[in-house]
Design a protein around this ligand. Structure first.
Ligand code: ADP
Length: 400
């Protein structure tokens, strides 16, 4: 049971980091503290700030020093939280989990059976799922009896039709789980809900959301439900990202492995870590660095990124049979006017035209006066979405 005054802890455990955010139930979730432990297993660093962004902690350890694993890292986070929570009870913990598989279309309270089910999905997301689950196990150890809620990046996309989710392979591959799942679902769900609050008529229509951050994808939504997404079986597909390649002809991978003799581990390292903006530019995965650079490779990388995002806006508009709004969100989408302008340049045939001054100011509504299609800039907040789910799920189960 969650009472007013309690805290809900949201954890996002990755391969070498644990990000956290604490919400106070007052009685709706209000963000209080956030931070992360990065470099787990290498050179750990713990940072934390309050809701106003004031830095409250910054601690580093020697390379190879403790905390050496997720359990120990969570211990550092919890010890720090004990000091700032001033007796507030952690009443529930929400976890970002990358994969809910074909069935899980909503958050669940984790018990032993759910944990087994999530473990069985690990082969579908070997780089993320085991770390997400290590975060749950560590939190359950540290907070025995406190409900742990898993919220899935895939869940929002379970409304897709078969033709959107299948690959053109014999059906047994689909039945074995080899299909398009889509990711960034918590971000899209947050955008869908915030649109429904601010602009219900638009939220009921055909909306393409471009989540452009370090990871990037786009989602086609009709009436607030996901119809299609650029990410597929893994979070590699779709548009280029900070270090990930996005869509690539599978023939390239066959060529690299058979003709050039790359082994699967080398191909994986290339596609996930040495491709995208960083790979193309040879400079950085960060759009700000590329915009500041005079190296022509930086401009070319950004040009390719914008080209591919524009193509996907067109493809998803076709999936929806038209478009009423294009929404930009996440680090690049919210903060990079030049990228938004380059993406929208050429989309006049979809009724998309930008107001240059409003775009430059990152205004919430950046379409030119009289343009047929709205173009919006909206902040996303996956952690707030998780806190909302935790509260809703636990309240529902209390009332059941
Ligand atoms: P993550 O996927 O890690 O959550 P974010 O959504 O925070 O990523 O996006 C981070 C990226 O956003 C950075 O790598 C950078 O490319 C981009 N970004 C952030 N601020 C700006 C800015 N002011 N101008 C251009 N790009 C920005």
């Amino acid at each position: 049971m969650i009472a007013t005054g309690d805290a809900v802890l949201v954890l996002n455990a990755g391969s070498s980091s644990i990000k956290f955010e604490v919400f106070a139930m007052d009685p709706a979730p209000v963000p209080r503290f956030a931070g992360q432990m990065e470099g787990i297993g290498a050179a750990p660093r713990f940072t934390a700030q309050d809701a106003a962004g004031r830095r409250l902690a910054d601690r580093r350890w020697e390379a190879g020093g403790a905390p050496g694993d997720h359990r120990a890292a969570l211990g550092v986070i919890i010890d720090w939280l004990d000091g700032v929570l001033q007796g507030r009870r952690v009443a529930a913990i929400g976890h970002r989990v990358v994969h809910g598989g074909p069935e899980l279309a909503a958050p669940v309270v984790v018990d032993a059976a759910v944990m087994d089910r999530l473990r069985a999905l690990a082969p579908l997301a070997p780089l993320h799922q085991p770390h997400n689950l290590a975060g749950i196990a560590a939190a359950a150890d540290r907070f025995p009896g406190v409900p742990q809620v898993a919220c899935f990046d895939t869940a929002f996309h379970r409304s897709h039709a078969w033709e959107a989710d299948t690959f053109a392979l014999p059906p047994e591959f689909y039945d074995r789980g080899i299909r398009r799942y889509g990711f960034h679902g918590l971000s899209y769900e947050y955008i869908a809900r915030s649109l429904a609050q601010t602009d219900p008529a638009l939220a009921a229509g055909r909306v393409v959301v471009a989540h452009l951050g370090n990871g990037a994808s786009l989602c086609a939504m009709q009436g607030g439900r996901s119809v299609d997404s650029t990410m597929g079986f893994t979070a590699l597909d779709g548009v280029p990202m900070g270090t990930r390649c996005g869509q690539i002809d599978p023939g390239v991978l066959l060529h690299l492995m058979t003709t050039e003799g790359m082994d699967p581990a080398a191909v994986q390292a290339l596609l996930y870590g040495h491709a995208g903006l960083k790979g193309m530019s040879g400079i950085s995965q960060d759009v700000r660095d590329l915009q500041a650079s005079t190296d022509p490779r930086a401009a070319r990388a950004l040009a390719h990124f914008c080209w591919r995002v524009r193509r996907e806006v067109g493809a998803l508009a076709a999936a929806l049979g038209g478009i009423d709004a294009l929404v930009f969100t996440a680090g690049i989408g919210e903060n990079a006017p030049a990228i938004r302008a380059a993406v929208c340049d050429g989309l006049g045939f979809l009724g998309i035209a930008l107001d240059a001054a409003r775009n430059a100011a990152n205004a919430p509504d950046i379409a030119a006066a009289g343009a047929a299609t709205r173009v919006l800039v909206r902040p996303t907040d996956e952690e707030a979405m998780i806190a909302h789910h935790v509260l809703a799920l636990l309240q529902r189960s209390e009332n059941a």
